[in-house]
Every structure is written in structure tokens, then in C-alpha cells.
Write a protein that binds this ligand. Structure first.
Ligand code: ASN
Length: 308
């Protein structure tokens, strides 16, 4: 069922108007910051024969074009790596579709169509990308505080200054302190953003690089918001050597054919790189202090809900 009256009422609400206005300023600020840092913005890929496996999402978004199978982008991870042939630092406002389980409808954090600010840097280390993420985040918050005073007042939101470096916790430490579902428990427990680092190989996709000195541990990270807002961004260093990538795909039980085209590029050589993806709607939700992520964009699609 599509509730047209409710939908129109939401579209005309002051809350959505102001949240989307803040979001537009965040995007402008991110573009300014990254351009100054030497990044080139590339246009998003919507369909491709390859996309992020993200096996959790049971439904694969597939489109047939001219008898070939394309998938709807779940993330541009592989395109980011390949795009580094053209530019050393790239970013993209990338729309992603992930068919989340319908039970996540009221999580407040999930939409099945969202946009991530996805970036990748040639020959960068995790350390450098963590530094970049901290500077970007602090800059965005400072810009919002400076340019969105009316909006923040409307939302009753008081944002502190977030001063890097942010604390870090390993995946193992997080489990020990907060249990299996640590993300939200950790997020509720902290008053500044926290880096979660060193995820084990089993819980991530095949493209995050395994630490040569610590088998089974990945050189990757998530940034967790304070105040219970959950994950802000996710990224890491990447596997870039053909043999390593092949091994990692096979370890996941994925067929090599499914990634044939990616492997062909890898065989010809990929740059070592690192990067991350920063969810735009979640960032807007955090900045405005909203409980429901559907209030951060027009045409929001909650899991399990038929929507425009
Ligand atoms: N964008 C993420 C990254 O750069 C990947 C993802 O969204 N799954 O690691």
C-alpha cells in the first residue's frame, strides 16, 4: 500500500525540508574539502557486471541488458580500484541499492537505496586514510555548525567539536567489552567517534587486505558515531595482487567466474590503495540528531516498504 496523503504531508514538512537542506550543505562542504585535498570527483556507476558481493543481501538486483546480466550497484569498490588508473585520488557520490531484510524497517538506520561518499587513494595506507577521515569529519561538522545554525536550532541539536585523533578499538576488544552486537552498544557508550579496526577475515568481504604479519586480520576500519547513531563509514586497505584476490574470493566460497571481469583487471595490475565509504543519509541523521533515517532524504525507501 502506498499512503499518498501521508507521503505528501511528509514531503511538505519543515523537518524534511531542513534536513535535506543541511544535507545539501554537507555535500557541498565534502566536495570543497576533497577538491582541496586533490581528489577528482567521478560519476557513479548504477549497473555493471560486477559489484560488491555483500552476501548478506539475499536478493541480487539484476537487470538484463542485450542478453547480458548486469547488477545494480551495492558499492563501487571495484570501480574505485580500477578508476585509480586514471586519477590518484577519487571520490564519488555513489547511489547503492541493498535489499535489506524487511525486519530492519524500523531500525532507524537502514534504507534500501542510499548514497555513500565513496573515496579511494592510490598507494595510501590505512593510517593515512584514517587521518583523512578524521579531518573530513571534523571539517564537515565545523562547516555545519557554521552554516546551519537555524536548522540545528530547529532540531534542538548541539554538536560538540570533534577533535582528532579519535580513539581506536580492535574488533576483538569491541566483542570482549560489548558482546557480539557491539556496534550499537559501543556507539551508545561513547561521546566522540571511535575507530573500530582489525576486523577478522570471516566477517568482511574479500577485498579488504589481510595483514601479512597477522593472518586472518584485515587492515581495515569502521568509524562509529557517538550517541547510539551506529556506523558512519567503512573502509580499509585493499587486496590488489591477482593471486591474493583469487585466493580471497575462493576462501569466501564465491565462484571465480562471478568476478571474471574484475580478475581480468587484477591480472593486468591494480594499484595498492585504501579508501572508505561514508553514508550520506546516516551522516545527515547524526548531524540533525534524527531518530528516523527516512527523514534525511526525499523518496526514502525503508526495508520492506513499497515506496516512491
Ligand atoms: N565503500 C566501502 C569501502 O570503500 C565498501 C562498501 O560500501 N561495502 O570499503
Amino acid at each position: 500500500m502506498f499512503e499518498l496523503d501521508q507521503y505528501l504531508q511528509d514531503l511538505k514538512s519543515e523537518k524534511i525540508k531542513l534536513a535535506v537542506g543541511v544535507q545539501a550543505k554537507i555535500i557541498q562542504a565534502a566536495r570543497d574539502f576533497l577538491t582541496k585535498e586533490g581528489f577528482t570527483e567521478i560519476l557513479p556507476v548504477i549497473i555493471s557486471p560486477i559489484t560488491d558481493p555483500l552476501a548478506d543481501y539475499r536478493v541480487r538486483g539484476e537487470v538484463e541488458c542485450y542478453g547480458f546480466k548486469y547488477q545494480i550497484t551495492k558499492s563501487m569498490i571495484f570501480h574505485k580500484q580500477i578508476a585509480l588508473h586514471t586519477f590518484p585520488k577519487i571520490f564519488c557520490l555513489s547511489p547503492n541499492v541493498r535489499i535489506e531484510p524487511a525486519e530492519r524497517k524500523n531500525s532507524g538506520r537502514h534504507l534500501i537505496e542510499f548514497v555513500q561518499l565513496d573515496l579511494e587513494v592510490r598507494e595510501a595506507s590505512r593510517e593515512e586514510i584514517i587521518g583523512l577521515g578524521e579531518r573530513l569529519f571534523s571539517y564537515l561538522i565545523a562547516r555545519v555548525k557554521d552554516t546551519c545554525q537555524e536548522e540545528l536550532k530547529f532540531f534542538g541539536r548541539q554538536l560538540p567539536d570533534f577533535i582528532p585523533p579519535f580513539p581506536r578499538l580492535s574488533y576483538q576488544e569491541a566483542i570482549t567489552s560489548y558482546g557480539e552486537n557491539f556496534e550499537l552498544a559501543l556507539s551508545r557508550d561513547v561521546s566522540q567517534p571511535v575507530w573500530l579496526v582489525d576486523f577478522p577475515l570471516e566477517v568482511r568481504e574479500f577485498y579488504d587486505r589481510e595483514d601479512a604479519g597477522r593472518p586472518g586480520v584485515l587492515v581495515d576500519m569502521d568509524l562509529i558515531y557517538p550517541e547510539g547513531f551506529g556506523e558512519a563509514l567503512s573502509g580499509g586497505e585493499r587486496e590488489y595482487q591477482y593471486e591474493r584476490i583469487k585466493e580471497r574470493i575462493q576462501k569466501k566460497g564465491i565462484s571465480l567466474e562471478a568476478y571474471d571481469l574484475y580478475l581480468k583487471f587484477a591480472a593486468r595490475g591494480l594499484y595498492p590503495s585504501a579508501g572508505f565509504g561514508f553514508g550520506i543519509e546516516r551522516l545527515t541523521r547524526f548531524v540533525c540528531g534524527l531518530s528516523d533515517i527516512a527523514e534525511t532524504r526525499l523518496f526514502a525507501k525503508k526495508p520492506g516498504v513499497y515506496s516512491l
